[in-house]
Ligand binder design. Structure first.
Ligand SMILES: *[C@@H]1O[C@H](CO)[C@@H](O)[C@H](O)[C@H]1NC(C)=O
Length: 229
């Protein structure tokens, strides 16, 4: 019993510490976006633009992206027609100067059919470090084979989302302690509780029996008296 209490208290302390540390950081991050518009074993990434997230806490960001050149538009259309993947490399520079890069891929036709409207999710761990950057498109989730005029592939319209690591399911320690307490009390009370529940359960059988006994004992004295007379 005591050991259980100690473990539960340690767990409560541990989870409250994680929760507190989750909201204490802030900082900025710079992301250089580079993309590969030709399907290849060793893709060549060219500059697409830059994102600056000024505050990881609020997720406010600014984006500068180049308009696609005519040759890039054709490369992207061809990539889509060949049902190949569009690859995006995100080179993340944190406020302490550390650099890490992530590659995210989607079907080129999805990007083309959404007319270059995409979503970039930047996920953070508990300390505010970027752990992934993933690309998705805003509208369709499947390639429907729609033909998109090439002049619609001019500029990226990108939404940036900063995702904070969510707390895992926190054990419901208070309820667990209450349950242990109730079980202990029930054990101490022992048979008292059982008797009550027996009466509660079987009253509908016991009451008619009592009524019959009362009625028959009320009828019997008369009969007995009549017989004695
Ligand atoms: C993004 O930043 C890099 C250097 O950090 C620069 O060379 C490039 O021109 C920038 N791209 C855009 C679209 O501003």
């Amino acid at each position: 019993m005591n050991i259980k209490c100690v473990i539960v208290c340690l767990l409560i302390y541990f989870f409250s510490f994680i929760y507190a540390s989750n909201i204490e950081y802030d900082g900025y991050v710079h992301i250089n976006l580079r993309h590969a518009l030709v399907s290849s074993e060793s893709p060549v990434f060219t500059d697409r633009g830059n994102i600056t997230i000024q505050s990881l806490r609020t997720g406010s960001s600014t984006i500068q992206q180049k308009a696609l050149s005519q040759s890039d538009k054709i490369k992207l259309r061809d990539l889509s027609a060949a049902n190949k993947f569009y690859q995006l490399k995100s080179i993340v520079t944190a406020s302490d100067g550390s650099q890490v890069s992530f590659v995210s891929t989607i079907k080129a036709c999805m990007l083309v059919e959404s007319e270059l409207s995409d979503i970039l999710s930047v996920s953070l761990d508990y300390s505010g470090k970027v752990i992934t950057v993933t690309l998705a498109v805003a509208s369709t989730s499947t390639c429907e084979g729609a033909t998109v005029p090439i002049d619609k592939l001019k500029e990226f319209t990108t939404s940036v989302f900063v995702r904070h690591t969510e707390n895992g399911p926190v054990p419901d320690t208070a309820t667990y302690i209450q349950k242990l307490e109730r079980e202990r009390e029930a054990k101490e009370r022992g048979e008292v509780k059982d008797n009550r529940s027996f009466l509660a359960k079987y009253w509908m059988y016991i009451v008619p029996v009592i009524i019959i006994m009362v009625l028959s004992s009320a009828a019997n004295p008369d009969g007995a008296g009549g017989a004695a007379r």
